[in-house]
Design a protein around this ligand. Structure first.
Ligand code: NAI
Ligand code: MG
Length: 492
């Protein structure tokens, strides 16, 4: 008989606090270079000016890497590389282009943890979101558009689809890798080549993506990545490109549109929003509360389609807001790399200041503020989940995009009034409707001037579903077959 080994380790200690134990994700999986160049023609090259900037982590302002600031000459070199790569790429059979895209999708899945950690580190979003939303969706976009690459003639019956040429793509910092996928996947499926500029606060996952391109053996020059700020973006708009796809602020979108007028370059704009999330008195309230929380506190509210205006039918306003406040008190704000975190760091100092300014305006104008008690870390950029009640339509917090974890609650009595108030905004990107009644959902969806209307859910994304806005939220659609069209020409 052998002896049964006795367990020698001391018993685990009793937790000091039963409510919460942190579950940090290791960042070991990410290895960063000290300094990054530009990815042009399949090679890393230095910016001609030699200029660079430091990219940090918003959770503690830790410097992560030096990133090149591309000037106009560097952008010209990148568009030239894309131009040179265009004909052979466009001439490949669609199934060949698809092969590379399927590879990219599979590599993103394989390296998903690495990308998720880096996305949270550089951008501040909770790891559970980058892991469960950004990464799976980014891969899904490449899979989805890979499927269209060899089916373009069926996608547009009786029309001959041709690629446009070189696409210049400028993306924001709220979904860095996902916006890259939204932009690059349909462009490649259509046979175009690309120069993409990530946002200045979040360049790292786009730079890591260059390594995926190498692994996938994508022909050099088909995708080029240039880093830098708004000046780099402006240089890309002016460079030798056939199309600009932009996601970002309405202000910059308008400037780009003016710049491109008369040039013949194609343009799609995905800009801001001030979405109405509308709850009727017959809605399932607990479910609606989850949708409201997801609508505004997901990704710290740095979401163009965030449900930032909550319209509640007057008869249920009180119980709904009570439930909402109780739910808000359970949100965990803190380290983006903690798997338990619900609300991470604000992306940048500038964005934090914008949120603070608008919240101060809300107080001054007379709205009532509620923030659940939460201890915010000392270093880094943080803002507690916030809800304003007693809000009038005319207040800045009801009109302007805050792009932070700040919700404005307004009320209505009738469906007509809900529609009128919801549409009373310069934006028109998305909306939410909560009601048990199917006919009312359809009635509302017909009248809401928003590109996407979610019913009894919020922030649902699928590569097969087109996304985009009306009015000052921009034009053009991304996702689905619709998302291919802006990358194709149908002229004979
Ligand atoms: P932004 O529009 O300045 O930046 C977005 C991208 O455009 C970045 O890559 C930036 O470098 C580039 N860019 C800036 N100026 C440019 C120019 N003149 N020409 C070409 N490209 C240019 O947005 P920003 O300053 O980061 O955020 C300001 C506000 O915009 C936010 O508070 C939010 O309200 C809104 N926003 C909306 C987004 C959306 O998803 N629709 C995304 C980011 C910001
Ligand atoms: Mg800006």
């Amino acid at each position: 008989m052998s002896h049964v080994a006795k367990r020698s380790s001391p018993p685990a200690p009793v937790p000091a606090d039963w409510t919460y134990a942190s579950a940090p994700e290791s960042r070991e999986i990410v290895s960063l270079r000290e300094r990054y160049g530009l990815f042009v023609g399949g090679e890393w090259v230095a910016a001609r000016s030699g200029e660079s900037f430091t990219t940090i982590s918003p959770r503690d302002e830790e410097p992560l890497a030096e990133v090149a600031q591309a000037g106009a000459e560097d952008v010209v070199a990148a568009t030239a590389a894309a131009r040179e790569a265009f004909e052979p790429w466009a001439a490949l059979p669609g199934s060949e282009r698809a092969k590379y895209m399927f590879r990219i999708a599979r590599i993103l899945q394989e390296r998903s943890r690495e990308f998720a950690v880096l996305e949270s580190l550089n951008g501040g979003k909770p790891i559970k979101e980058s892991r469960d939303v950004d990464l799976p969706l980014a891969a899904a976009h490449f899979f989805y558009y890979a499927g269209w690459a060899d089916k373009l003639e069926y996608a547009f019956p009786n029309r001959t689809a041709r690629p446009l040429g070189v696409a210049g793509q400028i993306i924001p910092w709220n979904f860095p890798l996902l916006m890259l996928a939204w932009k690059i996947a349909p462009a490649l499926a259509g046979g175009n080549t690309v120069v993409l500029k990530p946002a200045e606060t979040t360049p790292l996952t786009a730079l890591l993506f260059c390594d995926v391109l190498r692994q996938a053996e994508l022909p050099p020059g088909v995708v080029n990545i240039v880093t830098g700020d708004g000046a780099t973006g402006a240089a890309l708009v002016d460079a030798d490109v056939d199309k600009i796809a932009f996601t970002g602020s309405t202000e910059v979108g308008k400037a780009i549109q003016r710049r491109l007028a008369g040039t013949g370059k194609k343009l799609t704009l995905e800009l801001g929003g001030k979405a109405a999330n509308i709850v009727f008195d017959d809605a399932a309230l607990d479910q609606a509360v989850e949708g409201i929380v997801n609508g505004i506190y997901f990704n710290q509210g740095h979401v163009c389609c965030a449900g930032s205006r909550l319209f509640v039918q007057e008869s249920i306003a009180e119980p709904l807001v009570d439930k909402l406040k109780r739910r808000m008190a359970t949100l965990r704000v803190g380290d983006p790399l903690d798997k338990n975190t619900d609300v991470g760091a604000i992306n940048s100092k500038l964005q934090l200041e914008k949120i603070e300014e608008l919240v101060a305006a809300g107080r001054d104008e007379g709205a009532e503020i509620y923030q659940p008690p939460c201890r915010l870390p000392e270093r880094g950029y943080w803002f507690a989940p916030t809800v304003f009640t007693n809000v009038a339509q005319s207040y800045r917090i009801a009109q302007e995009e805050i792009f932070g974890p700040v919700l404005s609650v307004l009320t209505f009595r009738t469906p007509d009034e809900a529609v009128e108030k919801a549409n009373n905004t310069p934006y028109g990107l998305s909306a939410g409707v909560w009601t048990e009644k199917g006919s009312r959902i359809l009635w509302m969806a017909e009248r809401l001037r928003a590109g996407v209307v979610w019913a009894n859910t919020y922030n649902r994304f699928d590569p097969a579903s087109p996304f985009g806005g009306y009015k000052e939220s921009g034009f053009g659609r991304e996702g689905g077959r619709h998302g291919l069209e802006p990358y194709l020409s149908f002229e004979e």
